[in-house]
Design a protein around this ligand. Structure first.
Ligand code: 6PG
Length: 273
């Protein structure tokens, strides 16, 4: 954990204090799963901003660009708003940042449920990104299968890889649903079995809808996978995801096969760990 000193102390103190209940096993869980617990949502957002700035710096120094995949839902809204704040945004060379959307609902851009709209309004429209470095999903509500194929083609054209290679994101932001889903990889949905496609349309029976989502092969090939999750409402599912039987929840199949995985949590969601 290499955060700014203030943040480190609160994170560490949070690590040692609540864990005293669980003793040694819990601290090894923290270490092995790279779990970072922050006092509250605000501190979690600030801690994630520090990680974003650090990883952006490293990627741009090493490869000249920072390729990110951003998630939807409510939890990252505070992060996007913070990254868009003048003094924070000034710490990132946005001209070198390349943005993809990790998953999307099959709704028009004008819908309040559109991830692209939320992310664009809370962050992308407020920072000095180059337009050609933001890869949007076209008309996700019209023909999701065609939209997924087109977006996948866009990823192939951007990453320009050999046929057996996978794209590697520098920052893959994920959330955790209260049913243990992540991105739009929902329990029992067909995309959980996808081994070849990079981005796909996914029928989600329980929501009687189709979602568009990045697949496990791409997620798991990322340099940095960041689960950002908060709130006591998810404390039970988080505990089960981290300490329960494996293979039960879609989020459990996220494994850093070619990089590092981080759990960025607030104390509320970590209360049962
Ligand atoms: C989406 C997301 C999804 C989200 C979780 C958690 O499109 O909804 O990408 O995977 O991260 O559902 O959502 P909340 O942050 O709203 O709890």
């Amino acid at each position: 954990m290499t955060l700014s000193s203030g943040r480190l102390s609160s994170a560490w103190s949070a690590l040692s204090t609540p864990l005293s209940k669980g003793g040694v096993m819990q601290s090894s869980l923290m270490e092995t799963k790279n779990i970072n617990i922050f006092d509250n949502y605000e501190a979690l957002v600030e801690g994630t901003v520090e990680l974003f700035v650090k990883l952006a710096d490293e990627a741009i120094k090493a490869r000249g660009k920072f390729i990110i995949s951003l998630s939807g839902g409510n939890t990252p809204k505070g992060l996007y708003a913070k990254l868009a704040e003048k003094e924070v945004a000034a710490r990132i060379d946005w001209s070198k940042v390349v943005v993809f959307f990790g998953d999307e609902r099959t709704v028009p851009y004008t819908s309040p449920d559109s991830n692209q709209r939320m992310i664009t309004e809370s962050l992308l429209s407020k920072v000095a990104l180059s337009r050609e470095n933001v890869f949007a999903l076209n008309d996700p509500d019209m023909d999701p299968k065609a939209t997924a194929i087109e977006y996948e083609r866009t990823m192939h054209e951007f990453f320009r890889l050999a046929s057996d290679e996978l794209p590697q994101f520098d920052f893959m932001l994920l959330g955790l649903g209260d049913d243990g889903h992540t991105a739009s990889l929902f329990p029992g949905s067909p995309a959980l079995q996808e081994k070849e496609r990079w981005f796909i349309d996914n029928k989600v029976e329980k929501l009687s809808t189709v979602r568009l989502t990045t697949t496990y092969p791409v997620i798991n090939n990322s340099r940095n996978i960041i689960f950002l999750a908060s709130g006591k409402g998810k404390a039970a599912v988080l505990k089960d995801v981290l300490t329960g039987p494996q293979g039960k929840y879609p989020s459990q199949n996220v494994k850093a096969e070619n990089g590092k995985l981080y759990w960025y949590l607030d104390k509320d969601i970590a209360a049962e760990l």
